[in-house]
Every structure is written in C-alpha cells, then in structure tokens.
Design a protein around this ligand. Structure first.
Ligand SMILES: NC(=O)c1ccc[n+]([C@@H]2O[C@H](COP(=O)([O-])OP(=O)(O)OC[C@H]3O[C@@H](n4cnc5c(N)ncnc54)[C@H](OP(=O)(O)O)[C@@H]3O)[C@@H](O)[C@H]2O)c1
Length: 243
C-alpha cells in the first residue's frame, strides 16, 4: 500500500480505527474522519505520522464534498461511518428513520459522488461497510437494513457506471466493538453469535485484513460484490434484535 492514499470514515473507533491502523501498517497514507476529534486523536497517536485526522460530519454534504475534492487522487475509500438504534419498525419516527437512512446510505452516496474524480484518476477502490444479510431483513433494524440493502445496490450500480473503479460491499457479522455494545445488550449479541453456523464472531483484525486485501488490488477481477464476513450468519438470517 506504500504511496497510496486512503480515506477511512469513522476512523476514531472500532472497525474504522482497526482498518486505519492496518492500512498504515501496510504503508498507506491514511486520512481519517469522524465527528469526535478526541477519538481521532487516539487513532493518530496509535498510527503515527502517516495518519492524518480531520474532524468531519459525513452528513454535512457541503463540508464532506469540499473535503473529499481537496484530497485529489484517492486510491481507496473506506465508507465505514455508520450506526443505528434498535427499535421495532412501527416505533421508528420519521426523524429517526431519516437519520439512519441518511448516515448509512444517502450521505455515503454523496461522499462517493464527491470522490468519483479522485477515484477515477487513481483507478481506485471502494469498500462500503454494510450489515450481514441486509437483503433478508433484520427484525429490530428495519431502517438500517433498508439502508444497508441500498448500499449493496448502490455498490453494484456504481460498479456498472464507473468501470475503472472497483467497488465492494463488505458485510461483517457480529464484531464485538464498543459501538455494537452500545446498540445491543450482551445477551442478544451472545444469542446472535450462538446461532451463527461457525458459532463465532468476526474479529476486528479480520475485518481490517479484508478491507486491506480488497484495497490492495488482489481482488481486482471483482467489482460490485457483496461479501458477507459473518461466519455464515446470513445463511440462517436468525437475527431478531427485538426478541
Ligand atoms: N460491530 C459490528 O458488529 C458491525 C457489524 C456489521 C457492520 N458494522 C458497521 O461497521 C461500521 C463501524 O462499526 P463499529 O462497530 O466500529 O461502531 P462504532 O465504533 O460506533 O463506529 C462508528 C463510527 O462512525 C463514526 N460516525 C458516526 N456518525 C458519523 C458522522 N455523521 N460523520 C462522521 N463519522 C460518523 C463514529 O465516530 P463519531 O461518533 O466520532 O463521528 C464512529 O467512529 C458501522 O457502519 C457499523 O454499522 C458493525
């Protein structure tokens, strides 16, 4: 990855931090964004000088577009920033639905549009983080499942429209980050892991390695694919987060 520039959204915590650290380790110059400067600063401390942190809300269209355009050539874009809250579909307000759909789909689409020129110049690669089995539905996450199924469709569509750019949709199963711990109680996480065919979670290191591999060019014969890094949990699609 030496000499390549990567942008990682949500680089101050969890998966985004692990991805940023792995890319730096492999020689890339990494730009990390997120809203909380103190979390980004901790990633910067761990990563060293080839990591540059910029506080940015990816939902702020004008700021995000200007920032991405300012990067110029972009070898790898990792759209990792995301989040949701668990609720039965009937109880999700319009504001709540819109916020989750915006963060996890619409803002991501806008960032991709802004990054197109830089990605095209570089013949770059994109990894869009999603959820396992988004197209099969997730009880308790209707808003996020809808947005994440949208990401898979967006990934496929852009793979058809932007032939020089490789796009991947990477869908981890359960990754035991602080972020997922805020969204789901431990007993629900344990139940999801127990019903996974491989009976295990997905580690941060595994997600980071997959992102690095997809970003490195070893999968350059592939574009538009949804890759479920989930121990087979998408095959049983047992996830019901509301009980
Ligand atoms: N952990 C899992 O089991 C799992 C499984 C499948 C998919 N995922 C997805 O993988 C991604 C990372 O998850 P995680 O577990 O690492 O959770 P996390 O630690 O909560 O990561 C979410 C990151 O997104 C950033 N973010 C949120 N809103 C943002 C905004 N408006 N602008 C810029 N950055 C924003 C957050 O930083 P700030 O709050 O500082 O902005 C945070 O760094 C998420 O999209 C998540 O849904 C996670």
């Amino acid at each position: 990855m030496r000499g390549r520039t990567a942008l990682v959204t949500g680089a101050g915590t969890g998966i985004g931090r692990a991805v940023a650290l792995r890319l730096v380790e492999l020689g890339a110059d990494v730009v990390g964004v997120g809203r909380r400067p103190e979390r980004l600063a901790e990633t910067a401390r761990l990563a060293g000088e080839r990591f540059e942190a910029t506080p940015l809300d990816v939902r702020d269209r004008a700021a995000a577009a200007a920032f991405v355009a300012g990067l110029g050539r972009l070898d790898l874009l990792v759209n990792n920033a995301g989040g949701q809250f668990v609720a039965p579909a009937a109880g999700i307000s319009r504001r709540g639905f819109d916020a989750v759909a915006d963060l996890n789909l619409t803002a991501l689409a806008a960032l991709l549009q802004a990054a197109r020129a830089g990605l095209t110049t570089a013949g770059g690669r994109v990894v869009n983080l999603s959820l396992s089995a988004p197209d099969r539905g997730i009880a308790g996450l209707a808003h996020s499942a809808a947005a994440r199924a949208g990401i898979a469709a967006l990934t496929r569509s852009l793979a058809r429209e932007w032939p020089g750019v490789r796009l991947f949709c990477l869908a981890p199963g359960t990754v035991l980050t602080a972020g997922v711990g805020d969204e789901l109680p431990p007993e629900v996480l344990a139940r999801i892991v127990a019903t996974t065919p491989l009976g295990r979670d997905t580690s941060l290191a595994e997600v980071a390695e997959w992102v690095a591999a997809l970003g490195s060019g070893v999968a350059d014969a592939v574009s538009g694919a949804l890759i479920e890094l989930d121990g087979g949990s998408g095959l049983v699609s047992a996830a019901s987060l509301t009980g």
